[in-house]
Design a binder for this molecule. Sequence first.
Ligand code: UDP
Length: 342
Amino acid sequence: MKKECVLVSGGAGYIGTHTTVELIGAGYDVVIIDNFSNSEMKAVEGVRQITGVEVPFEQVDTCDEAALRRVFEKYDFNSVIHFAAYKAVGESVAEPLKYYRNNLVSFMNICALMREFGRRNILFSSSATVYGEAEVLPVTEQTPRKPATSPYGNTKQMAEDILRDCCAAYDGIRGIALRYFNPIGAHPSALIGELPRGVPQNLVPYITQTAAGIRECLSIFGNDYDTPDGTCLRDYIDVVDLAKAHVAAVGRMTREAMKSDYEIFNIGTGRPVSVLELVEGFEKANSLKLNYKIVDRRAGDVPAVWADTSLANEELGWSADRPLEETLRTSWQWEKHVRGIE
Ligand code: UDP
C-alpha cells in the first residue's frame, strides 16, 4: 500500500525535526522544506540518522511562491504541517513587518497551493500565547483569545483565522491548529534538539547554557507573582510528546475523523510548573547546581498559564507521558552533545 506523505515546512527546526522523526516512526513518508533561516542541514542529517531514512529535503523559503509551487509539482503529499515561522517575541516588536510578511505570506502561500493542487489537510502550529493573561485557568479551547501583545502573537492569531476562513470557504480544505504550551527537551538520542542563535530568550535553553558555562548566571524574572512560590507558572511539554500530537492530528485528518472542517487543540501536559520548580528539577535530574539569581519581572510575561488538555486527550487519543525529570535530562544531554561536553 502506498504510504501517506506529509510536507513539513520548517522541518529542520526544533519541533519540525522531532515531528518528522515521529511521523516516519508511525509509517508516513515525509518531505522536509526549510530555508535555514534559523536552522542547519545538520538537523536534517540528525533526522536521517535517527530514522535511517534518507528523508527528502528541499531548501525552499515558503514565502517564495514559485519555489514552493515546484515542491507541490514534485511531491505527492496530501497533508502539510506548517512550522516555518519566526518566533522571537522581542524582535517582532522591533521589526513587525518582517514578522507579518514572513509568517503570513508563507502561510497564505501554503493555503493557496493546497487549494490549487487539490491537497486536503493543513496542520498549523499555533501557540498558547493566543490566550494572553486568561481569567480562568487552566485554559480550554473555548477560553477567549486575548488581543495579542506582540506582532509575533498577532501572526499566530491571524494565521489561525486565515485557516478557519479557508476551511469554511474552500471545499476539500481542512485544518487543525495545535496550540502549543512551552515545548522543552530533546530527542533521547541527543541527535536533534533546540539550537537557539545568540542569547537564548527561553528558559530551558538559558538553563542548559548556564550549566554548560556559556552563560554566567540564569536570571529568574520575578518572584513576587501571585503564585505558590512567587515565580511564573507554565505548562512545559516534552518536544517528543508534542511531536506525537502532530502524528495524532495528521492521523485524524487522513482517517476523515474530524468533527468539523477546522479544529483547535491545546497541546500541553495540564500541569503548572513554576520557574523555580523547573530550575530545581533540572538540578536534581542532572545532579548539578545551577547559578541563578532573582531579578525584576520581564515585561509582557503572564503570571500563569497552563492547559486543559481533555479535548486533545479524548479526540486525538493523545496525552503527554514523559516525566518532567526525564525531559530535563534530555535537555542537558542535548546541550552536552552540541558543546562536546562529556
Ligand atoms: N524565564 C526566566 N529567565 C529566563 C527566561 C525565562 O525566568 O532567562 C521565565 C519567564 O519569565 C517565564 C518562564 O521562564 O515565566 C518561561 O519563559 P519562556 O520565555 O521560556 O516562555 P514563555 O512562556 O514566556 O513563552
